[in-house]
Design a protein around this ligand. Structure first.
Ligand SMILES: Nc1ncnc2c1ncn2[C@@H]1O[C@H](COP(=O)(O)OP(=O)(O)OP(=O)(O)O)[C@@H](O)[C@H]1O
Length: 453
C-alpha cells in the first residue's frame, strides 16, 4: 500500500525489492480483496458450539464448573437467565456471584475481560439482594454514560422478567420526576450526576436504605475527576454496611490502589496482564501514509464487511465526521456517534445500530466502553487511542477492541498505522499486553491466506 514513504522504509526487509507491473498489482489487489472477504467472513462464523467448547476450557474466561442452579439463584431469576439463552455461568459469574451473595454481604472489586458477562453478574447480585416487599430503592448502579445505563437497565429488565415485583427506574438526564416524590422502585440505574441529585438535592432516594452500590466501568468512574467526585459523594451518604461492587475489564495500577482505598475489606478478582486480552479477538495492523490512504484501506475492508457490523474509532469528532461523510459519499450506510450529540440522539443511534439498520458505526471514545452489540465482528482503530499527552491509552485500546468478540465470539481488530509515531504507539501497546499484533499486508497474498484460514 505504501509507496515512497516512511511506511515503506519500515517495511523494507519484508517488501520484495522487485517492482511489479501495474497489471500484476491490480491482479494482486483483486485477489487480496477476495481473500480479505474470506478472512472477514470466516471471522463471522460462529456457532454456539464454540461457546460450549470455550466453557469447557479451563484457560477460557468463559470456563465454569458450576451451573446456575449451583449458584443458588432464586427460581424467578433462574427462569430469567435461561430465557436469555444462558446455559452456564462464565468464570466471572461463577466466581463473583458466591462472593456477592454471601452473608454478611462482602465488598468486591472485580476485573474480567470485555464481553465475559460482568453485567449479568452484578445484575443478578442486585436482583438477589432486593426485598420486593419493600417499596423503596435498595440498589444503586452507576454507569459512566447514558447509553450504558440504558443498556444495563435492559439487562435488569430481561433478567427480572419473571420477578415482576422488583421494579427499576432510570436516573438519567431527561427523566424528570415530580419534586417531593419518593421512589418506590427497588433498583435505580443511572449516571453519576443525576444519581447524586436524586440522592441529595431532590431526595427521591433515601441513601441510608441502600444495600448494594455498584460502580460499572469502575476504573473510568474513578479516573475521571467529575465522575469520581460524584460517585464518592454518593458513597459517603450510604450506610457503612452497604455492599460495594466495582467492576471493569481494566484497572490501571493507580486506579486499582485508589479503588482499594475507598472500598473497605474488598474481595478481589484481578487478571494477570497477559490474561487481559482475549485470544478470540485477532489483532492486526495496516500500514498507510495518510488519512486518505487509511480511508482507501478502509474502503477495501468495508467492501468485505457489509454483511457484518463494524465499529470504527477515531481520535476526534472532526475525523469521525469527515470519515462518516467520505463513507456516505461512497454510498455506504454509516451511522455517526460522537460526544457533542445530545444523549438521547446518541442512544437512538446505538439502538438503530443494534437493530442492524446501519452496518457501520463511526465513533470516538465515547462508545469505547461497555456497549454490547453481538453482531460487531470487526473493530477498526482508524486512529490509535492515545491519552492527552500522546501516550498509548492501553485501557481504551482494550475496551475498543472488546466491542467485538463478545462472549466467545470471534472478532477482528484492525489498527491503522500512518506515521512513525503511531507505529511507536502500536509497539508500546503490543509490549504492554505482551501480545503480538500481526501485520496485514494486502500485497502478500500468502500471508492473508494464512490469516484467512
Ligand atoms: N452466562 C452467559 N451465557 C451466555 N451469554 C452470556 C452469559 N453471560 C453474559 N452473556 C452475554 O454475553 C454478552 C457480553 O456480556 P456483558 O455485556 O455482560 O459483558 P461485560 O463483561 O460486561 O463486557 P464489557 O467489559 O465490554 O462491559 C452479552 O450479550 C450477554 O448477554
Amino acid at each position: 500500500m505504501a509507496t515512497d514513504s516512511w511506511a515503506q522504509a519500515v517495511d523494507e526487509q519484508e517488501a520484495a525489492a522487485e517492482s511489479v507491473t501495474l497489471r500484476k498489482v491490480l491482479c494482486k489487489l483483486t485477489s487480496a480483496q477476495s481473500l480479505l472477504n474470506k478472512l472477514i467472513r470466516n471471522n463471522l462464523v460462529n456457532t454456539t458450539n464454540q461457546v460450549e467448547v470455550l466453557q469447557k476450557d479451563p484457560n477460557s474466561p468463559l470456563y465454569s464448573v458450576k451451573s446456575f442452579e449451583e449458584l443458588r439463584l432464586k427460581p424467578q431469576l433462574l427462569q430469567g437467565v435461561y430465557a436469555m439463552g444462558f446455559n452456564r455461568p462464565s468464570k466471572i459469574q461463577e466466581t463473583a456471584l458466591p462472593m456477592m451473595l454471601a452473608e454478611p454481604p462482602q465488598n468486591l472489586i472485580a476485573q474480567s475481560q470485555s464481553g465475559t458477562g460482568k453485567t449479568a453478574a452484578f445484575v443478578l447480585a442486585m436482583l438477589s439482594h432486593v426485598d420486593p416487599n419493600n417499596k423503596f430503592p435498595q440498589c444503586l448502579c452507576v454507569s459512566p454514560t447514558y447509553e450504558l445505563a440504558l443498556q444495563t437497565g435492559k439487562v435488569i429488565e430481561q433478567m427480572g422478567k419473571y420477578y415482576p415485583e422488583v421494579q427499576l427506574v432510570y436516573a438519567i438526564r431527561g427523566n424528570k420526576l415530580q419534586r417531593g416524590m419518593k421512589l418506590q422502585e427497588q433498583i435505580v440505574i443511572g449516571t453519576p450526576g443525576t444519581m447524586l441529585d436524586w440522592c441529595s438535592k431532590f431526595k427521591f432516594i433515601d441513601p441510608k436504605k441502600i444495600k448494594v452500590f455498584v460502580l460499572d466501568e469502575a476504573d473510568v468512574m474513578i479516573a475521571t475527576q467529575g465522575h469520581q467526585d460524584q460517585s464518592i459523594r454518593i458513597q459517603r451518604m450510604l450506610p457503612k454496611n452497604c455492599q460495594m461492587l466495582l467492576f471493569s475489564a481494566t484497572f490501571e495500577e493507580s486506579v486499582w490502589s485508589f479503588a482499594q482505598r475507598i472500598v473497605p475489606e474488598p474481595n478481589i478478582i484481578k487478571l494477570k496482564r497477559e490474561e487481559e486480552t482475549l485470544d478470540t479477538i485477532k489483532q492486526y495492523y495496516v500500514l498507510c501514509n495518510s488519512k486518505e490512504e487509511k480511508f482507501e484501506a478502509l474502503c477495501n475492508i468495508y467492501g468485505a464487511i457489509t454483511i457484518a457490523q463494524a465499529m470504527i474509532f477515531c481520535h476526534t469528532r472532526k475525523t469521525a465526521g469527515w470519515l462518516a461523510g467520505e463513507l456516505s459519499r461512497e454510498g455506504h450506510q454509516v451511522a455517526l456517534l460522537s460526544g457533542e450529540m445530545q444523549v438521547e440522539q446518541r442512544a437512538a443511534v446505538i439502538e438503530r445500530f443494534r437493530d442492524g439498520k446501519e452496518k457501520v458505526l463511526v465513533t470516538t471514545n465515547v462508545c469505547a466502553r461497555g456497549i454490547d452489540v453481538e453482531q460487531v465482528s470487526v473493530v477498526i482503530n482508524f486512529d490509535l487511542p492515545v491519552d492527552k499527552d500522546g501516550n498509548p491509552d492501553n485501557e481504551t485500546y482494550l475496551h475498543r477492541i472488546g466491542r467485538t468478540g463478545r462472549f466467545g465470539k470471534r472478532g477482528l481488530a484492525i489498527n491503522m498505522v500512518d506515521s512513525r509515531m503511531s507505529m511507536n504507539i502500536l509497539n508500546r501497546i503490543q509490549e504492554h499486553f505482551n501480545k503480538k499484533i500481526e501485520k496485514l499486508n494486502t500485497d502478500d497474498l500468502d500471508e492473508i491466506e494464512k490469516i484467512a484460514s
